[in-house]
Design a protein around this ligand. Structure first.
Ligand SMILES: Cc1ncc(C[n+]2csc(CCOP(=O)(O)OP(=O)(O)O)c2C)c(N)n1
Ligand code: SF4
Ligand SMILES: [Mg+2]
Length: 351
């Protein structure tokens, strides 16, 4: 059913962004997910974020693995580049694409099964290498596509739809991303678009590995009492650490801010993240403080959301590898071959 395209009709009065596109231009095909699935709300937030960021759709490459979550790139950014990889393999395929063409904006979409089970190693290495991307995990605590088995992010003590209690310890991808060196780490909830859109915008504009775990309830298999990934549970236990205002480099900053009320983080592309602290003692630029704070709140059963950590001086894999400033796929033979004399010299030095 994923072939259903939306009608191309556009009302002439639809609002356009600075690059001349309407919101509809950032949409994809009609979703075939269950009505009420959190993943559809995340797709809507991605559409909104890219429209507001004035990104030309052809500048984005969206990649995913396998799962209901990994199907979603078909439902947004229909005019962008896309690659649906094998289960758990999105990060390595995205790394290769990013190395070949650094000029695109990379959006990795995955599920908790896709990233915390079969793809855990791939996730870890993309984070520690600093692959520049917005990596979004649509986390519902189950394998939705294969009918609701517990995934590795299911909390210990969480109850399945059939009444089974999960006894395994959960994998916390946010804690792992922090430990592995990701330079932008956030947690959102599919039911809170107001918080999610700026989180995604910040990740898309970030200069390194950006990771967002979005709790995204599966209405078919994990939205019952006893589940810690249900709409009700997350609404009751959600604790936001900050509110983000995303200000593009072009926007004029007019708001009057009382000192100490906000932290401004200038990102590598010139955009500004203005963090309004809702927990005055929380410092989103302190990686180890963020890890400890998160764990303390988790112990109490709270789900901390918002931008949990950002490194304003983030760099990426291209910087570490000192690659050419021009995209590798745009280099010609003449750019790549140093010439016979240089090769002779190298060969001579190795004899
Ligand atoms: C190599 C391989 N192993 C197993 C599967 C079966 N499989 C398909 S999707 C999936 C899990 C999906 O879970 P998740 O990533 O959490 O996505 P969701 O459907 O919950 O959004 C599994 C195990 C597969 N497609 N390929
Ligand atoms: S099975 Fe769950 S994750 Fe898959 S589309 Fe339905 S509600 Fe969403
Ligand atoms: Mg899942």
């Amino acid at each position: 059913m994923t072939y259903i395209a939306k009608p191309k009709l556009r009302h002439p009065s639809l609002e356009t962004n600075k690059v001349g596109y309407t919101r509809r231009d950032y949409e994809g095909k009609v979703s075939t997910l269950c009505a009420g699935c959190g993943h559809d709300s995340i797709s809507a937030a991605i559409v909104q974020a890219c429209w507001e960021l004035d990104i030309e759709p052809h500048r984005v490459a969206k990649l995913s693995g396998i799962g209901c979550s990994s199907k979603t790139p078909d439902y947004f950014l229909g005019a962008s580049h896309g690659f649906n990889t094998v289960h758990g393999r999105m990060p390595s395929v995205l790394t290769g694409a990013n190395l070949a063409n650094r000029d695109l904006l990379y959006l990795g979409v995955s599920g908790d099964g896709d990233s915390a089970s079969i793809g855990l190693g791939q996730f870890a290495h993309a984070m520690r290498r600093g692959v520049r991307m917005a990596y979004i995990v649509e986390n519902n605590g189950v394998y939705g596509l294969t009918k609701g088995q517990f995934s590795a992010t299911a909390d210990s003590g969480s109850k399945s739809k059939k009444g089974v209690i999960n006894s395994d310890s959960p994998v916390d991808l946010v804690a792992m991303a922090l430990q592995l060196g990701a330079t932008y780490v956030g947690r959102g909830f599919s039911g809170n678009k107001q918080q999610l859109v700026p989180l995604i915008k910040g990740a898309m504009a970030h200069g390194g590995a950006a990771f967002i775990d979005v709790i995204s309830p599966c209405v078919a298999f994990n939205n019952h009492p006893g589940s810690t990934k249900s709409y009700d549970y997350v609404r009751e236990h959600n604790e936001a650490v900050s509110r983000i205002d995303f200000i593009t480099e072009r926007s004029e900053i007019t708001a009057e801010i009382a000192p100490g009320e906000v932290v401004d983080v200038r990102q590598h592309d010139g955009s500004l993240l203005r963090l309004r602290s809702l927990h005055p003692e929380y410092d989103a630029t302190d990686r180890y403080g963020a890890m400890a704070y998160m764990q303390a709140h988790q112990q109490r059963g709270e789900v901390l959301t918002g931008l949990l950590y950002v490194d304003p001086l983030a760099t990426d894999l291209h910087t570490a590898m000192n690659t050419s400033g021009r995209a590798l796929n745009a280099l010609e033979v003449a750019d790549l071959c140093p010439g016979l004399a240089a090769l002779d010299k190298i060969n001579a030095s190795l004899r």
